[in-house]
Write a protein that binds this ligand. Structure first.
Ligand code: UT7
Length: 329
């Protein structure tokens, strides 16, 4: 892999105020706290306010990042937002973020790779900086998944929540953060996890035209627990690192049972795995920065730590990156 010239220099996160607990969900659909906890590990998720949209969550995460970074952000020259729950079909969330933050000298673009989105967006930021085209990029995963939920479908509405996380990626030839990557797409599995748009069919199958997220949970589960451990191995083979040298594993926070199975199959210790699903649910492209930031804030993750992030989901997409944590503690 081309030697990276990009470093992650700051992080910020945001979750909406309102908590939706399992007990409250059990009053809305035929489920129970016991079922949700046993099958997923989720206890509660956050839900955006009526007037709070994906760009607002992204802006709040950036403001949190700015408070902690304490240096000028005037020279940010690109904003990349990973999301599947944009405020509008267009303009992009990134352009709304640019407007609300007031950054004048920047390009802005959205990336749609569902729950793999944050890894894809980070990978693009590394490429743009390493190539010399850009110097300072904001990468944000932001989602209002609650707006894509069918709150009568107990197999999906118990899973997802809202939140946002942001990284600042800057040019740094001496201390690069990006050590390896592994990206995959299996478009033939797209039918297992979708939200319908203008097309009514996929691969000869009629779609549920509800505009809500539709998931074949068992299929996605089976796919993830078999392919993610293989992907982690391929990512490490491309690098000079072994699994034993990885300090923290940050998988997409989809389901605790799945993550336990991925850890068992890959041989990675569960206690060095960071998750956010217990209190945030599955926040799609926001889940990885949310999980990581919890451990940054309580002092577990330190500068220099090797962190394997691994997103997977709709597409079906996967994006794994091995990072050296570059943010000053
Ligand atoms: O972020 C994108 C990637 N997505 C994922 O990674 C999600 C992957 N999949 C999953 O997390 C799990 O498949 C689910 C949590 C969605 C479902 O868990 P499961 O253990 O795979 O359950 P299942 O779909 O096999 O369903 C088992 C039973 C069914 O009842 P029957 O047919 O056995 O009578 C379901 O109807 O559980 C029932 N069920 C529920 N029962 C109570 C499904 N949802 C619920 C519920 N409460 N909320």
């Amino acid at each position: 892999m081309e030697q990276s010239k990009a470093r992650v220099t700051a992080i910020g996160t945001y979750v909406p105020e309102h908590r939706l607990t399992n007990h409250e969900l059990a009053k809305m659909v035929d489920t129970s706290d016991e079922w949700i906890t046993q099958r997923t590990g989720i206890k509660e998720r956050r839900i955006a306010a009526e007037n709070e949209f994906t760009s607002d969550l992204a802006v709040a995460a950036i403001r949190n990042l700015i408070e902690r970074y304490q240096k000028s952000m005037d020279d940010v020259d690109m904003i990349i937002v990973a999301t599947t729950t944009s405020d509008y079909i267009f303009p992009s969330v990134a352009s709304q973020v640019q407007k609300k933050i007031g950054m004048k000298q920047t390009g802005a673009i959205d990336v749609n790779a569902a729950c793999g989105g944050f890894g894809y967006a980070l990978h693009l930021a590394n490429g743009l900086i390493t190539s010399g085209l850009h110097q300072k990029i904001l990468v944000i995963g932001s989602e209002t998944m609650s707006r894509s939920m069918d709150y009568e479908d107990r197999s999906t509405c118990i899973l997802f929540g809202d939140g946002a996380g942001a990284f600042l990626v800057e040019r740094d030839e001496h201390n690069p953060s990006f050590l390896s990557y592994h990206l995959t797409t299996e478009g033939e599995g797209g039918i297992h996890l979708y939200r319908s748009g203008t097309a009514t069919m996929m691969d000869g199958v009629e779609l549920k035209p509800t505009g809500h997220l539709v998931q074949n949970g068992r299929e996605v589960y089976r796919w993830a627990v078999t392919t993610v451990p293989q992907g982690m191995q391929k990512l490490l083979e491309k690098s000079s690192y072994t699994l034993a040298q990885v300090d923290w594993f940050v998988p997409h926070s989809a389901n605790k049972r799945m993550i336990e199975s991925i850890c068992e199959k890959s041989g990675f210790p569960l206690e060095k795995t960071l998750i956010s699903l217990e209190y945030c649910g599955n926040t799609s492209s926001a889940s990885i920065p949310l999980s990581l930031d919890m451990a940054v804030q309580d002092g577990r993750v330190k500068k220099g730590d090797k962190i394997l992030i691994y997103g997977f989901g709709g597409g079906l997409t996967q994006a794994g990156l091995l990072l050296e944590w570059g943010v000053e503690s």
